[in-house]
Design a protein around this ligand. Structure first.
Ligand code: PSV
Ligand code: MN
Length: 432
């Protein structure tokens, strides 16, 4: 057995050879179909090749619920092994060259060294993430009753200092953004003074905002409940938008798809934030009931497509300052995280390409004429087109796998890692 097993380019090429016959046939057939619709398949393949989404450092480990965590064999035991797994994902899908880091879960001992290690693997760093929703060993004050909005100034200062440290580490890593999600809220009516808590949040965020380098952005991530079950300080996009406008141009809103009540029209929230110039980025995942952190597109693929329909519409129509950061945020309790993250990246790329297939002239005409069915049909026509040959070709042309899942499984990567990475003692229990 080789130490530090890697999936080689040669192995991917070998696997692709077997798939090439069907791919060539299907690509040609789809090309002809699209030509009849006035669409050039090659330009869609180029779009697919340009698509990027960041992988969360915390997503390559096995997640858990607050009931239990079932560790997987060969899971990464530290940030260096996590980066190796992130590189494997990118090698196969060629759409995930950046990693979003969570501090202190993945705090590097030496940021410069980590940056060089990542670069050697072809990886860079997307937005940083702070953690003031858990107490860390040795910290003087507890976040039990809040962090950036805590009534005690000393606790708020500790939480602010942690965020400033994240920005500092991020600068050394070459990141350009910082994401703030807080668990602050209340479990019981009366526990928290709503207005005062939000005032304290703004006061704390002003200090974090002031520490941002000139070319950085700060993302505020809203979530309607959990861990607080009665009230949450940054509970919805309206509150997040208000704070972003109060703070200034470098402050924007981050939409985590799982952070909304079931049936909320998330694509419309996306459109609003785009229109107001405050859409900072996404944490993509999927959910059935709450913040389930399931794989992107696994439960509501049509919703994912509709979100991308708004994004592509803004991209095509040149909406000012259109630059959302795309990131995944998932927790894998019953799957191999590498498989889940690869397939999520693929599903996002699929939705992105499908959104580019929407006949926007036909859609606009139907909208103007009050032709509701015509408008829906224009969207459904794009959504029901199987663009698998396009995204598979995009991957293969970039050196990735035609079938990432099959190639990953055939490589034996996880089995090699199980031997290379004997389980570490005391890996902490489930994350939120
Ligand atoms: C909170 O539920 C969240 O979505 C935030 O993005 C956290 O940083 C992440 O999950 C990790 O638990
Ligand atoms: Mn999130």
């Amino acid at each position: 057995m080789t130490a530090h097993f890697e999936i080689s380019d040669g192995f991917i090429a070998e696997q692709n050879q077997d798939a090439q016959t069907w791919l060539t046939e299907d690509y040609e057939h789809l090309g002809k179909q699209l030509q009849r619709r006035g669409v050039d398949i090659e330009s869609l393949t180029e779009r697919a090749q340009s698509f990027r989404v960041a992988v969360p450092s915390w997503g390559v480990g096995t997640g858990g619920t607050r009931f239990a965590r079932f560790p997987g064999a060969g899971e990464p035991r530290g940030i260096y092994e996590k980066l190796a797994d992130c590189a494997t994902i990118n090698k196969l899908v060629r759409a995930t060259p950046t990693v979003s880091l969570h501090i202190p879960w993945d705090k590097p001992a030496d940021a410069g060294e980590l940056r060089a290690f990542a670069a050697a693997l072809g990886l860079g760093f997307d937005a940083m993430n702070s953690n003031t929703f858990q107490d860390q060993p040795g910290q003087p004050y507890s976040y039990k009753f809040g962090s950036l909005t805590h009534p005690d100034r000393a606790v708020r200062e500790q939480a602010i200092a942690h965020n400033l440290e994240c920005i500092e580490i991020g600068q050394q890593l070459g990141s350009k953004a910082h994401t703030v999600w807080i668990g602050d809220g209340g479990n019981f009516p009366g526990q928290q003074h709503f207005r005062r808590a939000l005032e304290r949040y703004l006061e704390s965020m002003r200090e974090i905002y002031a520490a941002l380098p000139a070319d950085w952005r700060v993302f505020m991530e809203h979530k309607f409940y959990e861990p607080a079950f009665y009230s949450t300080v940054i509970n919805d996009w309206g509150t997040s938008y208000y704070c972003a406008t109060q703070l200034g141009p470098k402050a924007q809103c981050l939409v985590d798809l799982g952070h909304h009540a079931p049936n909320v029209n998330i694509e419309m929230i996306v459109a609003r934030l785009l229109q107001f110039g405050k859409l900072g980025g996404f944490h993509f995942n999927d959910s059935k009931y709450g913040d389930d952190d399931l794989d992107a597109g696994s439960i509501k693929p049509f919703q994912l497509f509709l979100v991308f329909n708004e994004l592509v519409d803004a991209e095509i129509n040149g909406v000012a300052d259109f630059n959302p950061a795309y990131m995944l945020d998932q927790s894998h309790n019953v799957t191999d995280p590498i498989e889940s993250l690869m397939l999520s990246a693929v599903e996002l790329q699929r939705a992105y390409v499908q959104a580019h297939l929407v006949d926007r002239a036909a859609l606009a005409e139907a909208q103007d004429k009050g032709d509701a069915i015509g408008a829906l049909a224009a969207l459904k026509r794009a959504f029901t087109t199987d663009v698998t040959p396009i995204i598979a070709t995009a991957r293969a042309r970039a050196g990735g796998a035609v079938d990432p899942l099959a190639t990953y499984r055939a490589s034996g990567y996880r089995q090699y890692k199980a031997e290379e990475r004997p389980a570490a003692q005391g890996i902490s229990a489930g994350i939120v």
